[in-house]
Design a protein around this ligand. Structure first.
Ligand SMILES: Cc1ncc(COP(=O)(O)O)c(C=O)c1O
Length: 506
């Protein structure tokens, strides 16, 4: 098993020097993690130049947009990340459900480009990836690999997407446009939960020395970028809501886990606000709930294993949501019939209805888990649950005919709209919720042994070290070390200086 991205010194000086040269020539500067956490600290000269760069261009400056604070047109920044407040008319519960919008991220309209950057940046500054010599391999179920391919293209290196063939057509369409060579889209067998097949393909490709695999399931950069960038961004969302509703308490964070990157934001929200961390998975593939397996359509989550970077011992509950609920609610939220039902029969604010297209399948799943958590714990008006919409429904429009045929005989009508809402929102029927005690947490932690120690060759001592909270806290010290190395790399390339950024970086 490759090292897990924990180095804080230059491992290979030649690779590092080559990266500096490539970045100097291509005008690439790297943002620090601190700047992504707080984009107001991005140098004014960079922000001024960004005004001329489209958010979906493969432009080096778009790395400075890989954060939660992009405004609605994704060109400027805002003081509070874009978020929706879902009202009781839509959720059936009084607690405030706050959903941060991943579709405002650049290039891929999903927050997974942040995970890709979090895995890549430490490798670049430590000389473990040389864009002039290596190919970057991005194993994923479709969004992370798009983020990786986008950043690879900016760096002028080959980026290879490895994903199951059954993922949404929109992902493949995007990839076709962005890869340097169509062979750089590697389709593995199966759908959402066939991650083992992705690992097997990676093992095969790892034998080629020019390939560097950025394994989001085990790279601590993925955990850390969410713990230190997404966590505070969601904290800002909550505080904004609390300013409008004095006395509001942040009770829980729900996050459907794929690589278990985003759920790391919960580590921050728990330590600062005492929020419970609720891991969410597809009921059809109940790995965390009952060591189970199965197929489902909540694309991006639930991979029949416990990722190495999942801080399982800090997880407070597991919620299972059926893909029948996410599939059918996606029709409710994105059809004229469904939207008019929500406005006219349920009295949902039209402005909220308009924005429901910002919720992709896993976002709807996160919202349903928040509703379930509110019911389970009895949260009321003064309580908030925060969650994320990793991507929006634009990534899934090609699924509409399949869902309509599968559940509604080819046409979705007003009666269906009422049924779907009654069943999956008001009834929240196909949802399971389990609070975890220590034995429950250990059950999840222990399941990871088979993937990581037995299959992937992680040392037993390294595996068990992750049982201690002190291990995860200790990881945080990597961030300032990496930021200092990012600053140094930028100094050596001179790219920021050429843009007019003064030496103190402001
Ligand atoms: C649409 C979608 N939702 C949720 C997730 C899960 O996020 P994470 O991998 O950070 O656990 C992913 C991951 O790729 C995703 O693409």
């Amino acid at each position: 098993m490759a090292t897990l991205g924990l180095e804080t010194h230059v491992v290979d000086k030649d690779a590092y020097r080559s990266t500096v040269a490539r970045f100097r020539d291509a005008g690439i500067a790297l943002p620090t993690f601190a700047q992504l956490r707080d984009p107001e600290t991005i140098p004014a000269a960079v922000r001024a130049r960004l005004a001329d760069v489209g958010p979906d261009e493969p432009h080096p400056l778009n790395l400075f947009r890989v954060h939660w604070f992009n405004d609605a047109d994704r060109r400027g920044t805002v003081a509070v990340p874009g978020y929706l407040v879902l009202p009781p008319e839509l959720t059936g519960v009084k607690a405030k459900i706050l959903v941060a919008l991943g579709e405002r991220f650049p290039m891929i309209t999903a927050h997974k480009v942040l995970a890709a950057y979090g895995c890549l940046a430490p490798r670049l500054v430590t000389g473990q990836f040389d864009p002039a010599a290596h190919k970057a391999l991005w194993p994923s179920t479709g969004n992370y690999c798009r983020g990786g391919v986008a950043i690879s293209r900016i760096m002028g290196c080959r980026g290879v997407a490895i994903l199951p063939e059954g993922m949404s057509q929109e992902r493949f369409d995007w990839l076709e446009r962005w890869v340097a060579d169509q062979d750089d889209v590697v389709r593995t067998h199966g759908t959402e939960s066939n991650v083992k097949e992705i690992y097997d393909k990676c093992a095969e490709l790892d034998a080629i020395s020019e390939n560097i695999i950025f394994n989001q399931f085990s790279e601590f950069g993925n955990h850390l970028v969410h713990a230190t960038v997404t966590g505070p961004a969601l904290g800002r969302v909550f505080e904004d809501a609390a300013e409008k509703h004095p006395g509001l308490r942040l009770r829980a964070f729900t996050s459907a886990t794929g690589s278990a990157g985003a759920i790391a934001a919960g580590d921050h929200l728990k330590s600062v606000y005492g929020a419970k961390i609720v891991a969410v998975e597809a009921l059809e593939c109940p790995t965390l709930l009952e060591n189970g397996y199965g197929e489902h359509n909540i694309q991006g989550i639930g991979d029949k294993h416990v990722p190495y970077i999942h801080n399982a011992m800090n997880t407070d509950a597991v919620c299972g949501i059926s893909d029948t609920a996410t599939d059918t609610l996606s029709l409710l939220f994105n059809s004229d019939i469904g939207q008019s039902y929500l406005r006219n029969r349920r009295g949902v604010d039209p402005h909220v209805v308009e924005q429901l297209g910002s919720l992709g399948f896993s976002a709807i799943c996160n919202v349903l888990a928040a509703i379930r958590a509110a019911r389970h714990y009895g949260y009321g008006e003064g309580d908030a649950i925060v969650t994320v919409a990793t991507d929006g429904f634009a990534m899934y429009r090609s699924e509409v005919p399949k869902i309509t045929a599968k559940y509604f005989g080819g046409s979705f009508d007003a009666v269906h709209a009422g049924e779907v809402f009654g069943q999956h929102v008001l009834g929240n029927e196909a949802a399971r919720f389990e609070e975890l005690d220590q034995a429950g947490r250990r059950r999840i932690f222990n399941l990871g042994y088979f993937t990581w120690v037995e299959q992937q060759g992680v040392a037993f001592e390294d595996f068990v070290a992750r049982q201690q909270e002190s291990f995860w806290r200790g990881l945080r010290s990597l961030i300032p070390a990496w930021d200092a190395m990012i600053d140094e790399l930028n100094r050596e390339t001179g790219v920021l200086a050429a843009l007019g950024v003064p030496a103190d970086g402001v």
